[in-house]
Design a protein around this ligand. Structure first.
Ligand SMILES: [Cu+2]
Length: 517
């Protein structure tokens, strides 16, 4: 199915050494995105014309005393992203973003993922405390119909599944904004780019009991960048556009693919009508390589009031004038539009962007209505978080995220080694706590650990940033930065990965195994 790394090297994919930061990246400053802008050939629309879509919430196909059962079919669909043009997406249920899964803490769900795409897939629930067989390991593939051994068989066959796989999510974790996306070995970047990403929101009694904005005023916002060909199809610099053989991207893009069109919930620079009340936005950066620094203009003292991080509620709200969000990070924020007048337009800007990528979306205040929501000063007792202390760490591990030369070719690696599914890099014990010291150079790398959540202890030897607060599963490292994180290996024994969430870096081997023993 996938070619081996030896073949990958023989095919000569990685190209020469590229030390320059391309596109809009700011070389040397340590800030901004690492990657190269891929210019669209299609005419891009005027911003703030298209209404903000909100993905539909998926209904279970059945439910019993023990679990709720869902089915999702991964397939091609045609959607109008750019006005007047059709884009083929590869989506969960053929839509992009996929349907939102809403589940409850402590209530098991089983999601049957069917693969009707022409390529293998693997589905990872990002932020999920998931048993290893359901975690979406990169080589734990769902093969398409007609591929692999015994293609008439359905269901699990050894490591691979045919046509469908049942993912079991025990949801033994608190309320949080999670997302699910493709994780196929070597091809995650292009497959997510084509649309394989959706929200999974876990709710619980603690979060429900808070007087935060709810219902239509609790809105997921998936921000990502894309580029478009003349006919409206997604543009991506794959070496093999069929995604069957050669993995990787054209040499100019090995630092990361940056789109020139900003999508929110799949729509280009959309506009959302709001009432002059508070809203809760669950912001996800689902981009392959782009980072954002989000700001509201005009601000009218309506800063982002952060109430949650990757791993759910914070102990207390934190006000931010701007929010830097790296790939795969989530920020749950409350924005209070009562500070504006009816008719006002508030733009969500990206201070790391330039030209059109400096805009994200717009809010238009349409009406005044009563608002009984508030942001309480205390959100969660965070007893477990505060109980996690550095002195309990059994050991410290160091990981350097750098370019690596492998057989004379440049790719990405961890501690000098490109990913090898057969190599075990760390064996933490179940229930133990460790310090992981993560260093990134000479490019920005958002580092994600599967299964676990962690606390950021320090950044560059100093205290963490305000945006590092709360439980995290992804820590954003700018070029040249380092962070120490305190990780509790709770959940399940078994093999998982940790990796850079710049998807081109991930596909180019910036990933390693850990096994909880
Ligand atoms: Cu990276």
């Amino acid at each position: 199915m996938r070619i081996s790394r030896g073949e990958f090297l023989r095919l000569g994919l990685a190209g020469g050494v590229m030390l320059a930061f391309g596109g809009s990246a700011c070389s040397g400053s340590g800030e901004g995105s690492t990657g190269t802008v891929l210019p669209s050939k299609a005419k891009l629309p005027e911003p703030f014309k298209v209404p903000l879509p909100v993905p539909p919430v998926l209904e279970p196909v059945r439910t019993d005393a023990g679990a709720d059962y869902y089915e999702i079919t991964q397939k091609a669909g045609r959607v109008e992203i750019l006005p007047g043009l059709q884009t083929e997406v590869w989506g969960y249920d053929g839509i992009f973003p996929g349907p939102t899964v809403e589940s409850r803490s402590g209530r098991k769900i089983i999601v049957r993922q069917r693969n009707e795409l022409p390529v293998p897939v693997s589905t990872h629930l990002h932020g999920g405390r998931t048993p290893p067989e359901s975690d979406g390991y990169p080589t734990d593939l769902i093969l398409p119909k007609g591929q692999g051994r015994g293609s008439s068989e359905h269901g699990s066959v050894g490591e691979h599944s045919h046509f469908f796989k049942d993912y079991r999510y025990p949801n033994e974790q608190r309320a949080a904004t999670l997302w699910y996306h493709d994780h196929r070995m070597d091809f995650t970047g292009p497959q997510v780019w084509r649309g394989l990403a959706g929200f999974h929101i876990i709710r619980d009694d603690e979060d429900d009991a808070l007087p935060l904005p709810k219902g239509e005023r609790d809105v997921p916002l998936m921000i990502c960048d894309r580029s478009f060909d003349e006919d409206g199809s997604f543009l991506y610099p794959s070496l093999d556009p069929a995604l069957q053989g050669k993995p990787g991207v054209e040499e100019d893009y090995m630092d990361g693919v940056l789109g020139d069109t900003i999508l929110v919930n799949g729509a280009p620079w959309p506009v959302m009508e709001v009432s002059a009340t508070k809203y809760r936005f669950r912001i996800l950066n689902a981009s392959n390589a782009r980072r954002y620094e989000l700001a509201l203009e005009p601000a009218n003292h309506a800063t982002f009031v952060q109430v949650g991080s990757d791993g759910g509620l914070l102990g207390a709200p934190i006000g931010h004038r701007t929010i830097r969000i790296a790939q795969a990070e989530r920020f749950d924020v409350v924005v209070d539009f009562s500070k504006y007048c009816v008719g006002d337009e508030i733009t969500l800007r990206n201070r790391m962007g330039e030209g059109k990528t400096a805009d994200v979306m717009r809010f238009r205040v349409a009406r005044k209505v009563n608002d009984d929501s508030t942001v309480p000063r205390r959100l969660s007792d965070m007893a477990e978080f505060h109980g996690l202390i550095e002195s309990s760490a059994r050991r410290t591990r160091e990981f350097r995220f750098t370019r690596v030369a492998d057989s004379g070719r440049t790719m990405w690696g961890i501690n000098g080694e490109p990913f090898d599914p057969g190599r075990m890099t760390a064996r933490p014990e179940l229930g133990s706590t460790e310090v992981w010291h993560l260093r990134a150079a000479p490019a920005a790398h958002p580092i994600h650990l599967h299964l676990v959540r962690f606390k950021v202890l320090s950044r560059n030897g100093r205290k963490p940033l305000p945006t590092d607060a709360g439980w995290k599963d992804t820590v954003a490292l700018a070029s040249g930065e380092e962070a120490r994180v305190l990780v509790r290996f709770d959940g399940y024994r078994g093999r998982y990965v940790f990796h850079c969430h710049n998807l081109e870096h991930e596909d180019m081997m910036m990933m390693a195994n850990f096994e909880v023993v």
